[in-house]
Design a binder for this molecule. Sequence first.
Ligand code: SIN
Ligand code: NI
Length: 268
Amino acid sequence: MFKSDTQNLLSKEKIEFYSNNGFVKIDNVLSKSELAELQSTVNDAMEAPAHFSVQTDQKGGAYYKVLNQKVNLWRDHKGIAKYVLDSKLADLALKLSGSDGIRLFHDHALLKMPGDSKPTPWHQDFPYWPMNKETSKKALSIWIALDDVDESNGCMMFLPESHRIEDLKPINLAEPTNIFEQSSSAAIPKTSPVTVRMKAGSCTFHHGLTFHYAHSNKTNKPRRALVIIYMPDGTTFSGKRHIITEGLNLQKDDRFQGELFPLVAKNS
Ligand code: SIN
Ligand code: NI
């Protein structure tokens, strides 16, 4: 993948849309052959024994009904690291977020399984992340569709402008509370949620504070997405417990850096 691709994918309008609304869709971020490769490596990685990666719930579990999730795939699978460390994708995150440098926090495959599928409730991502707020205001995720998605199989919805709402608590995705009841109604933007249908190989980016939701999967095939979380260079550890930082011996206020949190893009 080449840096010049970023210019083709990212217009000034897209950057402005992201900045105003807290999310943006970018079509065809992967070529046909990249999509086929990533679909097959994610399928293999979901089945492979985990070494550094972690599957967060098993079939039958309450969380599994919302998401069959495997975290940190890049550390076990070179074929996934190729995309998670990819400079084209990271450069999109750099430009959208307006950061000087972007580090990887972690990746995760998010599959919505057929059968007893539950929606992903409205939530913000930032309250789960162990990052000091002042250092990580530009943190964001890319959600890469590995299947065509619409309301029948788990496409996402976003609440425009909700990325300005700070200091909410994390939602338990398996036993959700209503995020709209957590914040004063005055703080919630009067915008309408936007449903984002996409073709496989397209993606959305969303800010760590943007309210988002995903429909349940009512089809008979898994809905597959690869998500990469990026944080601005200079982000520091808040000390909050998190699966990614468990056992790393990070001290509160340490900077995220080194080979586990690589710098994947920077302004030249
Ligand atoms: C989903 O894929 O269902 C949810 C993704 C997210 O919460 O970022
Ligand atoms: Ni989320």
